[in-house]
Ligand binder design. Sequence first.
Ligand code: CA
Length: 335
Amino acid sequence: MRHLILFIFIFTVIVLGFSTCKKHPRQPNIIIFLADDMGYGDPQCYMPDSKIPTPNIDNIAKEKTEDPFFLYFASTAPHTPIVPAKKFHGKSNAGPYGDLVHQTDYSLGEIIKALERNDFIENTIIIFTSDNGSPARAGDLFVHGDDYHQTGSVIKKYNHNPNSPWRGMKADIFEGGHRVPFIISWPKRIQKNIQINESICAIDIMASLASILNYKLPNNAAEDSYDISDLILGEEIGIDVGKEPLHEAIVHHSVDGSFAIRKGKWKMTPQPGSGGWASAPRGKDKVNTPGQLYDLDADPAETTNLWNSHQEVVEELKAILEKYKSKGRSVSSSK
Ligand SMILES: [Ca+2]
């Protein structure tokens, strides 16, 4: 993919924390580790002689400032070029791509070690996530040019499907293009080892961090961002949250501009095909309906199109999608 594409990203929330008190005298440090795009370099991975893998965090500690810091760490790995550093060769059973995923994990580990040795870890929010599902490349070859994505299939070559059990891959309208890990840690406020099944988006980070920091966003900002701070802090509603989805619905967007919308278990896309790179490109798949409707509870792999048999659901979801388009937002403007 050569262009910057806006995707809507959907996550399974894995919350590593819990809290009973929202207010805190000192604002937390914030680190957002976004794997797989647009970044440059990784801690120490490309500088094997470096003795200080995370110099900025260490320097902030030396300054002994009371001001919180914000780090947006846009990790190139595991994006192409799939060229893991030598120390990670053979770390996985999934070839260069798998080794590069190990390198990504190592990078986050180096940041966490820097936070720990400088006593920052307790009051630092760390969010680890990615911007799309895996393209499932094997990393056989990297050619800078139009064919740069032809690097083989990690599924075929190493029997490893990074997007399993979801259908499709990066760029698609299918779930495999959108489901990614979402891990958040804040030792001072969030209880460890909690997993919450709730569909959220990367765009929720903005409203949620603003809420945690007691910063009021203007009404014309973060129009699709839901405040999930109560969810990740476990406040008031406790750990047993998610009985009712936080989002009324969630919108998908694929590389060719296709839309899909999810509400509860239903996912509707008003066109056939993958909308992206998977083997169901628009107009060439066997879906003989104007669009697709899937029951993700019963059919998470999106194998059975229910468009014809559940037209009332199709119409409901179409109406919500059109409402969002006409309003230019999906979150209530009275927030
Ligand atoms: Ca990406």
